[in-house]
Design a protein around this ligand. Structure first.
Ligand SMILES: Nc1ncnc2c1ncn2[C@@H]1O[C@H](COP(=O)(O)OP(=O)(O)OP(=O)(O)O)[C@@H](O)[C@H]1O
Length: 965
């Protein structure tokens, strides 16, 4: 009692904070709301006002209340879940044991001792609470010393986990056990309002409940009812009850605020196992004792969950006593009843526990039963395994035996196969031998049959051949007869054709004559018409004259005679002029011939072609005679004397004309055009190009604008012009090449190319003919172009076919011109020879053999012969006393030659080329030689040789009058 008395002042000393006031209000409100509570509580406020009339029991109760009020905040005293879980098995402190023992020794004692701080001794009124120190302290903190087990004690939670959770339960037991304040706030409020006699709770506007934003009331951890529960209820499974005050800033009544309190059980929900009928039942009827409501599954029983709602009991304690409660109003009987009820509860709880133990035993029995079953199964399985092992061993033995058997069988089989193979080979060999013998015999038979067949077919063939021969003889004799008859028919037809042709020709000539006659008649008619007109005019004039003469006949007849005389004189004059013109034409031709002779019958032109490649080194050449272009100086190969002096020679050459590289084919042709004219005048003209390969011979002679095309075109056009002066020309052209001393026709058919061509000379008429050579007449311009293109194509074809033998052959274009003047009766017969000689450098090319050697020899021979012929002609000319005659310009060389009867030998026959050109290289012929020069330095040796040869030819000229410088 001293202790209790010493503790009494504590609540008084405490400041009356907001929490206290709120709690008192809550208590007041709850007491007002509690309908089942006895009247003294309803007048608690009145008692508080009286203050002085306090009984000892009331004082005790106040002490208990003071103890509650002095207890610190539950949150501060609350242990961690781990601690609480540990508390369930941890023995209470030693200091608490005596108290606990005391409480046991004196059950039903109403005194409770509780220290405000961590006191060393705690007094408990029930045996259940004595088992859990922390739970009892928590109970004490809430002032539940009156009903610790039912409200806050773990034991109570464990035994009756949901006894105060649901409102139904609380309301259902309201008569024997008051409802808790928190859970039944709303109900009590309603009940309070329903009692019209009771004053209504005034609305609290001033102080609000000074609870932190969330007033958390942590209940003690649930106590496990058995070992399974203890295992399953770890620290994590401790539920927390959170009471939150909503809308704390508003001035509302306390009841309204309490309505807003939410109870959350956050910790339980996530960990709840899947909903089972057990849990549902327990939640739905929390008042039931777990022993009856918790079904145990046969194998894995689910431990019962600890009920959660304990705060109701806790809050219930707060509604009895407050600071304002007076001792007089405190009812010990009520408290006694409460304790009695508590005892009943605990009894019930004990019963429940016993039930649970029974159920646990039942579970254990079930487990044992299942264990026995499992052990039985295990033993049966072991037996079956042993049996299987023995079977396995038996099978392994059998397999081994079977393998041995297979091995033996395989050996037997191999031996059998080997024997069969040997037998098969022997059989095969026998069969082969038999087959060979059969084949041999068959072959023999076959040969015999073949021989017989051959013989038979041979006989038959002979018979048939004899028959055929006989038939053929008959047919051929018949054919000969037919042929003879046909030939006769053919001859007769030929005669008829010839007769018809003659007739046609006769008719044609008659037609032409008729045409001519017709033309003459037309001319006569026209003339007659003209004459008639003129006669008419004359007649009129004569009539006028008659009239005039009639007037003055004498003077008129004199004038007429004078006019007639004048007319006759004019006619005579015209005839004299025509005669003179013809004589002049003859004179011009003579003079032209004389001029050509004065220029020389053999002339040499030198032409230097331009360089073809810029890389080539050029030989040094000079053209000193710029006015007449007749000289060229070629600087020879570089030479240095033994003294180191430059002794390089310069070779001067003089020709009839020198063409430098800038001059074109047109310039060249202008110089030779008069020579071409000589051919029309009846002279033999020969123009040939001489020089090494690549020096420009073909370009000068046979290219598209070379000398041959130009000469042909000029001859054709000049012949046409001369037609006005009575000349009519017949022109025939042929194109041949001399290769290896053989003549080939370049205009003929390819088949004819194999024909032999021989050169024949008509010494009387100075005519040369080539046998079997193709000759094309140039009657019109088209034919001129045709012969040119044909000649060019054949030349190129020949060049391709003969493997470039064009460079190793001499090509000769021969144009024969026969003219006749129908007025004067003059005749002319000239020949133009245009020759493209083979490359001259091959003359010294000794390292050749076979075909090439033959080519080289033939080229060498022909060019050498040409030089010999020209030389002989020169000697012949020098030996003749023609200089004075030439100077007088009256005698031609032919005349001189023939007049002197020179018999000097000219070796024309030594080569095919000179023989072909015999009448073009002497007599009245005019010869022009082009010496072609390549400007490259590498060709310098050949160039100087060619120029020396050409100069020698040039010196053979007859009667050449050199210009005196
Ligand atoms: N005056 C020139 N102007 C331009 N090019 C020229 C001239 N002369 C020759 N050529 C060119 O030089 C090359 C050799 O000329 P060309 O074939 O006429 O020589 P070639 O002496 O006839 O040779 P080959 O003896 O082998 O027939 C040709 O490509 C030709 O076009």
């Amino acid at each position: 009692m001293e202790n209790q008395a010493s503790m009494l002042p504590q609540p008084a000393a405490r400041p009356a904070g907001g929490v206290m006031r709120a709690l008192s209000e809550v208590s007041e409100s709850e007491s007002n709301a509690r309908g089942a509570m006895p009247p003294p509580l309803t007048s608690a406020t009145g008692l508080k006002r009286q203050g002085s009339n306090c009984s000892l029991r009331s004082l005790y109760t106040l002490h208990v209340l003071g103890l509650r009020l002095s207890v610190p905040e539950p949150a501060q005293k609350r242990k961690t879940p781990a601690d609480r879980s540990g508390d369930t098995v941890r023995p209470p402190p030693m200091s608490a044991r005596p108290a606990s023992a005391a409480s046991h020794s004196a059950p039903g004692t109403t005194s409770l001792y509780r220290s405000s701080s961590n006191s060393s001794s705690i007094s408990r009124s029930t045996s259940v609470t004595s088992r859990n120190t922390s739970a009892s302290s928590y109970t004490g903190s809430l002032g539940s010393g009156i009903r610790p087990p039912s409200s806050m004690n773990i034991g109570s939670n464990t035994v009756r986990p949901k006894s105060s959770y649901t409102k139904d339960r609380a309301l259902g037991r309201a008569d024997s056990r008051p409802n808790t304040s928190l859970t039944n706030l709303a109900a009590s409020h309603e009940m309070h309002a329903s009692k019209s006699k009771k004053p209504s709770l005034p609305t609290l506007r001033g102080p609000r409940i000074a609870v932190s934003p969330a007033l958390v009331v942590m209940p003690p951890p649930p106590r496990p009812t058995n070992m399974t529960d203890m295992r399953n209820t770890g620290p994590k499974r401790i539920p927390s009850v959170v009471i939150r005050m909503r809308d704390k800033n508003r001035d509302v009544s306390l009841s309204t605020q309490l309505n807003c309190i939410k109870i959350e059980d956050n910790s339980l929900e996530p960990d709840l196992p899947p909903q089972t009928p057990t849990r549902c039942r327990r939640h739905d009827s929390p008042s039931k004792i777990p022993k009856t409501s918790t079904p145990v599954p046969p194998v894995t029983p689910i431990p019962p969950k600890t009920p959660v709602l304990r705060h109701k009991s806790t809050m219930k304690r707060t509604q009895y006593l407050t600071f304002d409660t007076t001792i007089e109003n405190f009812d010990p009987d009520e408290q006694y009843k409460d304790f009695k009820r508590m005892f009943e509860d605990y009894k019930q709880m004990h019963q429940d526990s016993m039930d649970k133990i029974d159920s646990a035993r039942q579970e254990s029995d079930i487990y044992k039963e299942s264990l026995n079953k499992l052990e039985q199964e295990n033993s049966s399985q072991t037996e079956s395994i042993i049996q299987l092992k023995s079977e396995n061993q038996t099978l392994a033995f059998r397999v081994e035996t079977a393998e041995n058997t297979i091995q033996e069988l395989r050996k037997d089989h191999d031996a059998q196969v080997e024997g069969l193979r040997r037998e098969h080979r022997a059989n095969l060999e026998t069969l082969r031998q038999e087959q060979r013998r059969e084949i041999e015999s068959l072959k023999m038979d076959h040969r015999e049959e073949l021989r017989e067949l051959k013989q038979r077919y041979h006989d038959e063939l002979e018979q048939e051949r004899a028959q055929k021969v006989e038939a053929l003889t008959q047919v051929s004799s018949q054919g000969a007869l037919d042929k003879q008859r046909h030939q006769m028919d053919l001859d007769r037809k030929d005669q008829e054709v010839a007769t018809a042709r003659l007739e046609v020709e006769r008719v044609q000539s008659a037609l032409e004559r008729e045409k001519e006659l017709n033309d003459d008649l037309r001319v006569s008619l026209k003339t007659a018409g003209d004459n008639a007109t003129s006669m008419e005019a004359t007649r009129q004039g004569l009539q006028a004259k008659i009239a005039y003469l009639e007037s003055d006949s004498k003077s008129q007849s004199e004038a007429y005679a004078a006019m007639e005389k004048c007319m006759n004189e004019a006619l005579q004059m015209a005839q004299a002029c025509e005669e003179k013109l013809r004589k002049e034409e003859t004179m011009r031709r003579k003079l032209h011939n004389q001029v050509q002779e004065l220029k020389g019958n053999i002339r040499v032109f030198c032409r230097v072609r331009p360089t073809l490649s810029a890389e080539e080194e050029i030989a040094r050449m000079k053209y000193p005679d710029l006015e007449e272009s007749t000289e060229i100086e070629v600087r020879g190969m570089d030479e240095v004397s033994s003294l180191g002096k430059d002794i390089t020679k310069t070779h001067p050459f003089s020709f009839d004309r020198v063409f430098d590289p800038r001059q074109t084919n047109d310039d060249v042709f202008r110089e030779i055009s008069q020579l071409i004219q000589s051919a029309l005048d009846g002279y033999n003209v020969c123009i040939f190009a001489y020089g090494q390969t690549g020096s420009g011979k073909t370009y000068t002679m046979s290219s598209e604008d070379g000398m041959i095309p130009r000469a042909l075109r000029q001859i054709y056009s000049t012949s046409k012009d001369l037609e006005d002066r009575g000349w009519k020309y017949k022109m025939e052209g042929s194109f041949v090449e001399v290769y290896n001393e053989e003549i080939r026709d370049l205009l003929g058919d390819e088949e004819k190319g194999t024909k032999k061509h021989e050169v024949h000379h008509d010494m009387l008429n100075h005519e040369t003919t080539i046998t079997n050579v193709t000759t094309l007449s140039l009657d019109n311009q088209d034919q001129v172009e045709s012969i040119l293109s044909q000649a060019m194509s054949r030349r190129s074809v020949a060049a391709t076919k003969a493997n470039e033998h064009s460079s190793r052959s001499h090509s000769v274009f021969i144009l024969k011109l026969v003219g006749e003047n129908s007025v004067t009766g003059e005749k002319s017969k000239g020949t133009l020879n245009l020759v493209d000689l083979a490359g001259s450098e091959r003359i010294r090319n000794a390292d050749t053999s076979g075909q090439r050697l033959k080519e080289t020899q033939s080229i060498n021979k022909s060019l050498s012969c040409l030089g010999d012929v020209i030389g002989a002609l020169g000697q012949q000319g020098q030996a003749l006393p023609v200089a004075s005659d030439v100077r007088s310009g009256l005698t031609s060389s032919r005349e001189v030659s023939s007049s002197t009867g020179s018999t000097a030998h000219i070796p024309y026959r030594n080569s095919k080329l000179t023989y072909l050109l015999q009448f073009s290289l002497g007599g009245n012929s005019k010869t022009l030689m082009f010496v072609m020069v390549a400007p490259e330095k590498k060709c310098l040796g050949e160039t100087i040789t060619s120029l020396k040869f050409a100069e020698k030819v040039s010196r053979t000229k007859v009667g050449v009058a050199k210009r005196v410088k």
